[in-house]
Write a new protein. Structure first.
Length: 525
């Protein structure tokens, strides 16, 4: 019979077996989500060592070998950073706001840092250098440059991306931020008490907990599905129908108006009426904040909150298929879930989390300069615009020149960078420049889209190189499935001197197939 382990013993055994830290929380997750069966009662959970071994051998132990067979033996597994936990790759301010398509900070750090190892034979940047990211996104390069004592300039066509990036690297009066957050939270709490949102959600959750504990117990329900004891969606549909009268009764009892009357804008379509009222209420309070820096970071907290409160299922957060205004079976969580009727809990959670992350980053930040400009990297005059926005740094950059680039350009036809934050453009009234995106999802991956992409990235490099020092180093992270970068380098009169092919292990997409990207190292011809 297989040896039985407690959660703690399983954590110790797995850490030794995998030669990496496996916490009790990691083990509990496997049990909770039905990946590993539990024996014993809830007060003394035991799991079989054989089940744990089988799970790890099916995924972890064979992954490197399998991926190299699929993607090629030139895969640089050391750049997978597979020893890191999610808390490492989303450390401190890197998780201030969600953003599709960003790279992990450790990848930036590897190439910007002045260390040498058996894989990295030379250094490319040193302290007080200036690095440029012409596709700044959410500011990962700027943040890591600060940690390493390197100055950095970012450029992005999206005004909202610029806001995120600059919010991350700004130094705040945290006492002032906390006072304003407490003030908004207090007023929001009173606002929703007056309109019955909290009481409605509390009652609805109580009733749903009764339903889910009875018909969708965790982790037993996962095992029912795995053992094919029930038909998942027929069973779930039946239970949702049974619960519907309870939901309707609560809506009537608390006089909740669910849908907005207008469906014209993103905020009209994707938010229930109670949620929209709270968003507008908080936004009016944010606009009254006097300190510009405090207003900036609290705007980011509000945006993060708004994103999490869209009227969609938990499984469709990234895709937004159809607005939802009723209870539904959630295949992601294996139970009946509800849309959000209040932003309060998310607002409080994100306010607390943001303060914590800002404090963590303050312990690491260096006295260097970082700033993100809003503009088109194909044509922007970097020094001129930087001097207008940040005169001291602009003058330094003009005198020293920029030492190189580290960036992840958009991929061909994968993401609409403005649309992923449509809620923020609606809320803050930012001007959109979708037509200036390079490689947008809307143009797909046709030959014409590839031609325009090649032209666009080439134009960025040709414009930016006039602001670079003579012996520059450029690193561009791309999954170059169409082999466009040799042509891009040629168009920019540059040469690719090296390529680092890395596996991308922790993708957020549902497709978990073997996937790699290349870091192209370019220099002047």
């Amino acid at each position: 019979m297989s040896e039985l382990l407690t959660i703690k013993e399983a954590s110790v055994w797995a850490s030794e077996h995998l030669k990496k830290d496996v916490t009790t929380s990691n083990i509990s997750y496997l049990v909770s989500y039905g990946k590993i069966r539990r024996t014993g009662d809830s007060g003394n959970s035991l799991i079989r060592k054989d089940d744990l071994l089988k799970y790890y051998e099916s995924f972890y132990g064979k992954r490197e070998v399998n991926w190299k067979e699929q993607l090629g033996s030139d895969l640089n597994w050391h750049l997978s950073f597979d020893y890191l936990k999610e808390t490492d790759t989303t450390k401190h301010i890197h998780r201030l706001h969600p953003y599709k398509g960003k790279f992990i900070p450790q990848l930036v750090e590897y190439f910007l840092d002045d260390h040498i190892d058996e894989f990295k034979k030379e250094t490319y940047f040193k302290k007080n250098d200036i690095v440029l990211d012409p596709f700044c996104g959410s500011g990962t390069t700027l943040v890591q440059a600060n940690e390493l004592g390197i100055n950095a300039v970012g450029i992005d066509i999206s005004a909202f991306n610029t806001l995120i990036s600059n919010a991350k690297i700004t130094k705040y009066n945290l006492s002032d931020v906390q006072i304003e957050l407490n003030n908004i939270s207090r007023h929001l709490r009173q606002f929703i008490v007056d309109i019955s949102n909290i009481k409605f959600e509390e009652r609805l959750l109580e009733e749903l907990n009764i339903l889910n504990n009875k018909y969708f117990p965790s982790p037993e329900f996962k095992h029912w599905l795995k053992d094919e004891k029930i038909n998942e969606f027929e069973y779930a549909e039946e239970k949702v129908k049974e619960f519907q009268p309870i939901f309707d009764k609560l809506v009537a009892e608390f006089n909740i108006q669910i849908k907005q009357t207008s469906q014209e804008t993103f905020l009209d379509k994707w938010y229930l009426q109670p949620v929209r009222k709270e968003i507008d209420f908080v936004f009016e309070l944010v606009k009254k904040i006097n300190n510009p820096s405090t207003k900036k970071i609290i705007s980011i907290i509000l945006s993060r909150t708004v994103r999490s409160c869209r009227a969609t299922t938990h499984a469709d957060l990234a895709t937004l298929l159809e607005p939802i205004s009723n209870i539904y079976y959630c295949s992601k969580h294996g139970k009946v879930c509800k849309p959000l009727f209040s932003i309060y809990s998310w607002w409080v959670r994100y306010a607390k989390d943001t303060i914590k992350r800002l404090v963590e980053f303050d312990r690491l930040r260096t006295n260097t300069n970082q700033f993100c400009l809003t503009g088109d990297s194909r044509s922007i005059n970097i020094f001129e615009k930087l001097e207008k926005k940040f005169s001291t740094f602009g003058q330094i950059a003009r005198e020293k020149k920029i030492n190189g680039i580290f960036s992840s350009p958009p991929y061909v036809g994968l993401i609409d960078y403005h649309e992923q934050h449509a809620y923020a453009y609606d809320l803050f009234g930012f001007e959109r420049h979708d037509e200036l995106e390079i490689g947008p999802l809307s143009k797909k991956q046709t030959k014409e889209a590839q031609r325009l992409y090649t032209k666009g990235i080439s134009a960025v490099l040709n414009n930016c190189k006039q602001f670079l020092a003579h012996d520059y180093n450029i690193f561009l992270v791309s999954n170059d499935k169409f082999n466009l970068y040799p042509t891009i380098a040629e168009n920019a009169e540059m040469k690719i001197v090296n390529q680092f092919k890395r596996p991308v292990l922790n993708r957020t997409e549902k497709d978990k197939a073997a996937y790699s990207e290349i870091i192209f190292h370019l220099k002047s011809k």
